[in-house]
Design a protein around this ligand. Structure first.
Ligand code: SF4
Length: 287
Protein backbone atom coordinates (compact mmCIF):
# COMPACT_ATOMS: atom_id res chain seq x y z
CA UNK A 1 0.00 0.00 0.00
CA UNK A 2 1.40 3.42 -0.90
CA UNK A 3 1.65 6.07 1.80
CA UNK A 4 0.26 9.62 1.27
CA UNK A 5 3.86 10.88 0.92
CA UNK A 6 4.61 8.25 -1.77
CA UNK A 7 1.49 9.29 -3.67
CA UNK A 8 2.64 12.90 -3.59
CA UNK A 9 6.19 11.95 -4.69
CA UNK A 10 4.72 10.15 -7.67
CA UNK A 11 2.44 12.99 -8.78
CA UNK A 12 4.89 15.91 -9.10
CA UNK A 13 2.86 18.24 -11.34
CA UNK A 14 4.82 21.19 -12.75
CA UNK A 15 1.94 23.60 -12.37
CA UNK A 16 0.04 25.17 -9.52
CA UNK A 17 -3.36 26.80 -9.80
CA UNK A 18 -3.03 29.91 -11.95
CA UNK A 19 0.78 30.13 -11.57
CA UNK A 20 2.78 30.05 -14.77
CA UNK A 21 6.31 29.52 -13.50
CA UNK A 22 6.44 28.45 -9.85
CA UNK A 23 5.05 25.22 -8.38
CA UNK A 24 5.42 23.42 -5.03
CA UNK A 25 6.22 19.71 -4.86
CA UNK A 26 6.91 17.24 -2.09
CA UNK A 27 10.30 16.06 -3.29
CA UNK A 28 11.78 12.74 -2.22
CA UNK A 29 15.28 13.94 -3.08
CA UNK A 30 14.75 17.15 -1.07
CA UNK A 31 13.08 15.31 1.83
CA UNK A 32 10.59 18.12 2.10
CA UNK A 33 8.92 20.82 0.06
CA UNK A 34 10.74 22.10 -2.98
CA UNK A 35 9.53 25.17 -4.87
CA UNK A 36 10.16 24.52 -8.54
CA UNK A 37 10.86 27.34 -10.97
CA UNK A 38 10.20 26.57 -14.60
CA UNK A 39 12.56 28.57 -16.83
CA UNK A 40 11.49 26.55 -19.90
CA UNK A 41 7.74 27.07 -20.22
CA UNK A 42 8.11 26.43 -23.98
CA UNK A 43 9.10 22.81 -23.11
CA UNK A 44 12.20 23.04 -25.31
CA UNK A 45 15.28 21.15 -24.13
CA UNK A 46 18.74 20.61 -25.63
CA UNK A 47 18.57 16.94 -24.57
CA UNK A 48 15.85 14.47 -25.54
CA UNK A 49 16.23 11.93 -22.73
CA UNK A 50 14.40 8.69 -23.32
CA UNK A 51 13.12 8.74 -19.73
CA UNK A 52 12.10 12.44 -19.65
CA UNK A 53 8.88 12.99 -17.75
CA UNK A 54 7.99 16.33 -19.31
CA UNK A 55 4.69 15.95 -21.12
CA UNK A 56 5.48 17.09 -24.66
CA UNK A 57 2.34 15.54 -26.11
CA UNK A 58 0.48 18.76 -25.29
CA UNK A 59 1.74 22.10 -26.58
CA UNK A 60 3.03 24.79 -24.22
CA UNK A 61 0.57 27.49 -23.14
CA UNK A 62 3.35 29.86 -22.08
CA UNK A 63 6.35 30.39 -24.31
CA UNK A 64 8.33 33.14 -22.59
CA UNK A 65 9.47 33.79 -19.04
CA UNK A 66 7.82 36.95 -17.69
CA UNK A 67 10.33 37.96 -15.04
CA UNK A 68 8.07 40.24 -12.96
CA UNK A 69 5.35 37.64 -12.84
CA UNK A 70 7.82 34.87 -11.99
CA UNK A 71 9.24 36.87 -9.08
CA UNK A 72 5.75 37.72 -7.81
CA UNK A 73 4.92 34.01 -7.88
CA UNK A 74 8.12 33.18 -5.93
CA UNK A 75 7.21 35.84 -3.36
CA UNK A 76 3.64 34.58 -2.97
CA UNK A 77 4.68 30.91 -2.77
CA UNK A 78 7.37 31.60 -0.16
CA UNK A 79 4.72 33.23 2.04
CA UNK A 80 2.27 30.36 1.34
CA UNK A 81 4.80 27.68 2.34
CA UNK A 82 6.57 29.38 5.25
CA UNK A 83 3.26 30.42 6.85
CA UNK A 84 2.15 26.76 6.83
CA UNK A 85 -0.96 27.63 4.80
CA UNK A 86 0.16 25.11 2.17
CA UNK A 87 -0.64 22.24 4.58
CA UNK A 88 -4.27 23.36 4.80
CA UNK A 89 -4.54 22.87 1.04
CA UNK A 90 -6.06 19.53 0.01
CA UNK A 91 -2.99 18.61 -2.10
CA UNK A 92 -0.55 18.93 0.79
CA UNK A 93 -2.68 18.20 3.86
CA UNK A 94 -1.42 14.59 4.02
CA UNK A 95 2.28 15.59 4.15
CA UNK A 96 3.74 13.97 7.29
CA UNK A 97 5.08 16.28 10.02
CA UNK A 98 8.74 15.43 9.41
CA UNK A 99 8.48 16.51 5.75
CA UNK A 100 6.72 19.81 6.49
CA UNK A 101 9.82 21.88 5.78
CA UNK A 102 10.85 24.04 2.87
CA UNK A 103 14.14 22.55 1.70
CA UNK A 104 14.86 24.47 -1.46
CA UNK A 105 13.91 26.59 -4.39
CA UNK A 106 14.83 24.52 -7.45
CA UNK A 107 15.51 25.71 -10.97
CA UNK A 108 14.24 22.80 -13.02
CA UNK A 109 11.04 22.74 -15.02
CA UNK A 110 10.20 21.62 -18.54
CA UNK A 111 13.68 21.84 -20.09
CA UNK A 112 17.28 22.67 -19.29
CA UNK A 113 17.28 25.81 -17.05
CA UNK A 114 20.76 26.96 -18.11
CA UNK A 115 19.54 27.49 -21.66
CA UNK A 116 17.52 30.44 -20.35
CA UNK A 117 19.10 33.58 -21.82
CA UNK A 118 19.20 35.76 -18.70
CA UNK A 119 20.14 32.93 -16.38
CA UNK A 120 22.49 34.92 -14.11
CA UNK A 121 19.98 37.75 -13.67
CA UNK A 122 17.11 35.46 -12.72
CA UNK A 123 19.27 33.57 -10.21
CA UNK A 124 20.22 36.86 -8.53
CA UNK A 125 16.63 38.12 -8.50
CA UNK A 126 15.27 34.91 -6.93
CA UNK A 127 18.12 34.93 -4.39
CA UNK A 128 17.10 38.47 -3.45
CA UNK A 129 13.48 37.42 -2.83
CA UNK A 130 14.67 34.47 -0.71
CA UNK A 131 16.89 36.77 1.32
CA UNK A 132 14.00 39.20 1.87
CA UNK A 133 12.28 36.38 3.80
CA UNK A 134 15.42 35.69 5.83
CA UNK A 135 15.55 32.18 4.38
CA UNK A 136 19.32 31.77 4.29
CA UNK A 137 19.00 28.10 5.27
CA UNK A 138 16.80 27.33 2.27
CA UNK A 139 18.90 26.08 -0.64
CA UNK A 140 18.84 27.31 -4.20
CA UNK A 141 19.13 24.09 -6.22
CA UNK A 142 20.01 23.98 -9.91
CA UNK A 143 18.86 20.75 -11.55
CA UNK A 144 20.87 20.63 -14.74
CA UNK A 145 22.30 18.50 -17.52
CA UNK A 146 25.58 20.47 -17.24
CA UNK A 147 25.70 21.15 -20.97
CA UNK A 148 26.05 24.94 -20.72
CA UNK A 149 28.41 25.54 -17.79
CA UNK A 150 31.17 26.74 -20.15
CA UNK A 151 29.14 29.84 -21.11
CA UNK A 152 30.15 33.01 -19.21
CA UNK A 153 26.59 33.95 -18.13
CA UNK A 154 26.10 30.46 -16.71
CA UNK A 155 29.44 30.50 -14.91
CA UNK A 156 28.39 33.82 -13.39
CA UNK A 157 25.02 32.35 -12.39
CA UNK A 158 26.73 29.40 -10.70
CA UNK A 159 28.82 31.80 -8.62
CA UNK A 160 25.67 33.66 -7.58
CA UNK A 161 24.23 30.32 -6.50
CA UNK A 162 27.39 29.67 -4.45
CA UNK A 163 26.82 32.92 -2.57
CA UNK A 164 23.22 32.01 -1.66
CA UNK A 165 23.37 28.47 -0.25
CA UNK A 166 23.31 27.03 -3.75
CA UNK A 167 23.65 23.42 -4.74
CA UNK A 168 24.20 22.08 -8.25
CA UNK A 169 22.66 18.72 -9.12
CA UNK A 170 24.41 17.76 -12.34
CA UNK A 171 23.13 14.91 -14.48
CA UNK A 172 25.61 12.13 -15.29
CA UNK A 173 24.17 8.77 -16.17
CA UNK A 174 26.59 7.15 -18.61
CA UNK A 175 30.19 6.06 -18.73
CA UNK A 176 30.56 5.77 -22.48
CA UNK A 177 29.69 7.95 -25.48
CA UNK A 178 27.48 5.22 -26.85
CA UNK A 179 25.31 4.91 -23.74
CA UNK A 180 25.19 8.70 -23.32
CA UNK A 181 23.74 9.00 -26.84
CA UNK A 182 21.31 6.13 -26.24
CA UNK A 183 19.91 7.80 -23.12
CA UNK A 184 20.22 11.56 -23.69
CA UNK A 185 19.84 11.82 -27.50
CA UNK A 186 21.60 15.15 -27.97
CA UNK A 187 24.02 16.90 -30.31
CA UNK A 188 26.05 17.96 -27.28
CA UNK A 189 29.17 15.83 -26.86
CA UNK A 190 29.63 13.67 -23.79
CA UNK A 191 33.16 15.09 -23.45
CA UNK A 192 31.72 18.63 -23.16
CA UNK A 193 29.43 17.54 -20.33
CA UNK A 194 32.28 15.76 -18.52
CA UNK A 195 34.59 18.78 -18.92
CA UNK A 196 31.85 21.10 -17.64
CA UNK A 197 31.17 18.94 -14.59
CA UNK A 198 34.89 18.69 -13.84
CA UNK A 199 35.44 22.46 -14.13
CA UNK A 200 32.41 23.26 -11.95
CA UNK A 201 33.36 20.61 -9.37
CA UNK A 202 36.81 22.14 -9.01
CA UNK A 203 35.16 25.35 -7.77
CA UNK A 204 32.54 23.86 -5.41
CA UNK A 205 31.37 20.36 -4.49
CA UNK A 206 28.61 19.07 -6.76
CA UNK A 207 25.78 16.62 -6.36
CA UNK A 208 25.69 14.14 -9.25
CA UNK A 209 22.23 12.88 -10.22
CA UNK A 210 22.17 9.58 -12.05
CA UNK A 211 19.02 7.93 -13.28
CA UNK A 212 19.42 4.33 -14.40
CA UNK A 213 16.69 2.28 -16.03
CA UNK A 214 15.88 -0.72 -18.17
CA UNK A 215 15.99 0.02 -21.89
CA UNK A 216 13.96 -2.59 -23.74
CA UNK A 217 14.12 -4.66 -20.57
CA UNK A 218 17.92 -4.37 -20.25
CA UNK A 219 19.55 -2.64 -17.28
CA UNK A 220 22.89 -0.84 -17.83
CA UNK A 221 25.65 -3.45 -18.27
CA UNK A 222 28.29 -4.06 -15.61
CA UNK A 223 30.84 -2.61 -18.06
CA UNK A 224 28.75 0.59 -18.38
CA UNK A 225 28.57 1.02 -14.61
CA UNK A 226 32.34 0.40 -14.42
CA UNK A 227 32.88 3.09 -17.07
CA UNK A 228 30.53 5.42 -15.15
CA UNK A 229 32.69 4.92 -12.03
CA UNK A 230 35.80 5.59 -14.13
CA UNK A 231 34.33 8.94 -15.24
CA UNK A 232 33.57 9.86 -11.62
CA UNK A 233 37.12 8.91 -10.63
CA UNK A 234 38.50 11.04 -13.47
CA UNK A 235 36.54 14.05 -12.19
CA UNK A 236 37.92 13.50 -8.68
CA UNK A 237 41.44 12.90 -10.08
CA UNK A 238 41.27 16.27 -11.84
CA UNK A 239 40.56 18.02 -8.54
CA UNK A 240 36.76 17.95 -8.71
CA UNK A 241 34.72 17.49 -5.55
CA UNK A 242 31.52 15.44 -5.45
CA UNK A 243 29.54 15.53 -2.23
CA UNK A 244 26.91 12.98 -3.20
CA UNK A 245 25.85 10.70 -6.05
CA UNK A 246 22.08 10.28 -6.24
CA UNK A 247 21.28 6.91 -7.80
CA UNK A 248 17.65 6.56 -8.76
CA UNK A 249 15.29 5.16 -11.33
CA UNK A 250 12.16 6.06 -13.23
CA UNK A 251 9.32 6.96 -10.87
CA UNK A 252 6.87 8.62 -13.25
CA UNK A 253 5.66 8.18 -16.83
CA UNK A 254 8.75 8.30 -19.12
CA UNK A 255 8.90 9.71 -22.67
CA UNK A 256 9.45 6.27 -24.21
CA UNK A 257 7.44 3.14 -23.46
CA UNK A 258 10.58 0.95 -23.77
CA UNK A 259 11.91 2.58 -20.59
CA UNK A 260 11.02 0.84 -17.32
CA UNK A 261 12.21 1.23 -13.72
CA UNK A 262 14.92 -0.91 -12.16
CA UNK A 263 14.06 -3.08 -9.19
CA UNK A 264 15.08 -1.77 -5.75
CA UNK A 265 17.86 -4.39 -5.50
CA UNK A 266 19.31 -3.28 -8.85
CA UNK A 267 19.39 0.37 -7.70
CA UNK A 268 21.09 -0.76 -4.47
CA UNK A 269 23.62 -2.85 -6.40
CA UNK A 270 24.63 0.10 -8.61
CA UNK A 271 24.97 2.36 -5.57
CA UNK A 272 27.09 -0.26 -3.80
CA UNK A 273 29.32 -0.57 -6.84
CA UNK A 274 29.70 3.22 -7.09
CA UNK A 275 30.63 3.59 -3.41
CA UNK A 276 33.11 0.70 -3.60
CA UNK A 277 34.82 1.93 -6.74
CA UNK A 278 34.83 5.67 -6.04
CA UNK A 279 34.55 6.03 -2.26
CA UNK A 280 31.79 8.61 -2.83
CA UNK A 281 28.63 8.99 -0.74
CA UNK A 282 25.52 7.70 -2.49
CA UNK A 283 21.80 8.07 -1.88
CA UNK A 284 19.24 5.79 -3.51
CA UNK A 285 15.66 6.49 -4.58
CA UNK A 286 13.45 3.72 -5.89
CA UNK A 287 10.84 3.66 -8.63
S1 SF4 B 1 17.57 17.14 -19.71
FE1 SF4 B 1 15.81 16.96 -18.32
S2 SF4 B 1 14.14 18.14 -19.31
FE2 SF4 B 1 15.75 17.78 -20.86
S3 SF4 B 1 15.07 15.93 -21.94
FE3 SF4 B 1 16.48 15.29 -20.30
S4 SF4 B 1 15.17 14.81 -18.52
FE4 SF4 B 1 13.94 16.02 -19.99
Amino acid sequence: MTTPAEQLYASHPRSWRENKFVYPVLSRRSRGISLGINLNPDKVCNFDCIYCQVDRTSSAETRFVEIDRLLAEVDWMLRFVTSGDIYADETFQSVPAELRRLNDIAFSGDGEPTTYRNFDEIIQAVADVKRSYGLDGVKLVLITNASMFHRPAIEKGLRILDAHNGEIWAKLEAGTDEYFQLIERTKIRFRQVLDNITAAARIRPLVIQSLFMNVNGQPPSAAEIDAFCDRLNEIIGAGGRIKLVQIYTVARQPAESFVTPLKNQQVDAIAGNVSDRTGLNTDVYYG
